[in-house]
Design a binder for this molecule. Structure first.
Ligand code: XMP
Length: 513
């Protein structure tokens, strides 16, 4: 395994992605939360120092702990990490007029363990740079392996100590051979075997859950989404009936979703599942509510109330399971803040009721989203669950601008399921991050047969995204959209007009509320 010390670069997570893709397990820790004892306990075979926005010449800038240079472990510094390494070992780093951002080319002048077999001496290779400062004098023991106009020391190596540095970012796809350079470091230099697989992870995770929980009882709030579903099945594999899942059904789920949750977890996986239909309560309390944030707060509050009620009915538990993922964990740790770890409070309804007395079981906290999906498949979970688009905790409530009623929710479910059915039939589901319909609080005039109609308009939304932070509109063929529109207007009573939302994020958001 490899340890990545984070100095706050926007792309640090990609280092972990690339290593894991090559079968090497790794973790990202904030640079200032890595005391030697903790590193020794983690027992990495090598350490990578990430990039970061600071300059080593600023007094306050983050520094790697001095011990990492003394532990006899291979080191690789990337961008700021390279500069911090050079600075610490007696080199010189200076600001430069020749800043490089984006695509650049390096001339390979030598060879070292990380370029071996990938970059031949004499070649000119594309890399992705993002730096203001650069090294101007090498620390003792180092030599140059590649250089660019802006960065004479684009790749440096000290083979004796097994210290390497790159001025560019090998972890981004714009450095075409970057993943191989990282693999050379992890496997060639550090001796990692590259045999980390989901099967191995599953066995380790099961053992960890058993060790943590012992004979205790675990409660898991199931939402039907990928993360809580995979967490539940994994925990069930570890501790069987010590796990109880609670599915609070607020009546604002998609068509058939509740039935599918029950069928999957209770019938197929034999998990103890409490299905509480609380739709009357939720819809009752939402009556007259039009403000989106009040909707969210109302749903959030009721969710916790109902969850606690059901939890008390089953006699409580010692642990609460959560589907926290690695990006949530990393985001919650400030690279420049103290070493304490606070999980960000998600705007996720169905999240942890603050102040709950139970300890947390978070078996997915080491995994990225696509790894969670892979783990779900490894556990034999159906594709409709592991491949599912994200769905917001407040459900259809935030897709019905204005007041939410059962009648409107029923109409929206029909529209939504026609849209998704056509997307699936066209083979587009996996190419889209999220697709859904919004029922508009607008009635428009239409004509059907010989009659005039005066019904609701709806909007369809489909976006591509990698993390939901930004999004692009999915460019459907017009023929696809007109087919969906025809079906909706013909099949769903109460809707006579269909529009397609072509707003990207930013400036729009993905959801309408
Ligand atoms: P926005 O609308 O902010 O959405 O662009 C980004 C992602 O977050 C989801 N979303 C929510 N998820 N509770 C949730 O659990 C919420 O209140 C909520 N609001 C938005 C949205 O579906 C998208 O994936």
């Amino acid at each position: 395994r490899i340890l990545i010390l984070d100095f706050g670069s926007q792309v640090t997570q990609l280092i972990a992605r690339r290593l894991r893709e090559s079968g090497v397990y790794c973790e990202i820790w904030p640079f200032n939360a890595a005391p030697e004892a903790r590193i020794r306990e983690f027992a990495p075979k090598g350490i990578i120092l990430s990039g970061g926005p600071a300059s080593v010449n600023e007094g306050e800038s983050p520094r790697p702990p001095a011990e990492v240079f003394e532990m006899g472990l291979p080191l690789m510094g990337i961008c700021y990490g390279q500069q911090a390494m050079a600075h610490h070992l007696g080199g010189l780093v200076e600001g430069s007029d020749h800043k490089e951002f984006g695509r650049a080319f390096v001339d390979v002048t030598g060879e070292c363990a990380i370029t071996k077999g990938i970059w031949a001496p004499g070649a000119r290779e594309q890399v992705w740079m993002s730096h203001g400062d650069r090294i101007t004098k090498l620390p003792p023991g180092f030599r140059v392996v590649a250089s660019s106009e802006g960065a004479p020391f684009a790749v440096i190596a000290d083979d004796a100590r097994r210290f390497y540095g790159t001025m560019f970012h090998p972890e981004v796809v714009h450095t075409p051979h970057g993943a191989q350079l990282l693999q050379n470091f992890a496997q060639g230099v550090c001796g990692c075997r590259g045999d980390w697989t989901m099967g191995a992870y599953r066995a380790e995770a099961v053992a960890r859950i058993r060790a943590q929980v012992g004979n205790g009882r675990v409660i898991c709030g199931l939402s039907g989404g990928v993360d809580s579903s995979v967490a539940a099945v994994l925990i069930h594999e570890a501790i069987g009936d010590q796990l109880t899942c609670i599915y609070v059904d607020h009546g604002l789920m998609r068509a058939n979703e509740s039935a599918q949750v029950v069928a999957t977890f209770r019938d197929r996986f034999n998990i103890k599942l409490v299905h509480r239909d609380a739709s009357d309560l939720f819809l009752g309390q939402l009556s007259g509510v039009t403000d989106p944030e009040v909707k969210r707060k109302t749903i959030g509050r009721l969710f916790i109330e109902v969850f606690e009620e059901e939890q008390n009915k089953v006699g409580g538990a010692d642990f609460l399971a959560q589907g926290t993922l690695y990006p949530d964990v990393i985001e919650s740790i400030s690279a420049t803040g103290g070493p304490s770890v606070t999980i960000k409070s998600h705007h996720n309804v169905g999240g942890l009721p603050a102040g709950m007395r139970m300890k947390l079981v978070e078996p997915l906290r080491d995994l990225f989203k696509d790894e969670v999906r892979a783990l779900g498949r490894e556990l034999g979970m159906p594709e409709e669950i592991v491949g599912r688009h994200p769905f917001p905790g407040p459900g259809l409530a935030i897709r019905i601008p204005g007041e939410v009623t059962r009648e409107k929710a029923d109409i929206l479910r029909k529209v939504d399921s026609i849209f998704l059915e056509e997307i699936r039939a066209a083979g587009l589901y996996d190419a889209i991050w999220q697709a859904f319909a919004v029922l508009l609080p607008v009635r428009t005039v239409g004509v059907m047969g010989d009659g005039r109609t005066y019904d609701s308009a709806c909007a369809l939304r489909a976006v591509t995204s990698t993390d939901g932070m930004t999004a692009d509109v999915y460019p459907f063929d017009m023929s696809f959209l007109t087919r969906v529109s025809n079906r909706i207007v013909n099949e769903v009573r109460g809707v006579n007009r269909v529009t397609y939302d072509i707003t990207s994020k930013p400036p729009g958001t993905i959801e309408w509320e």
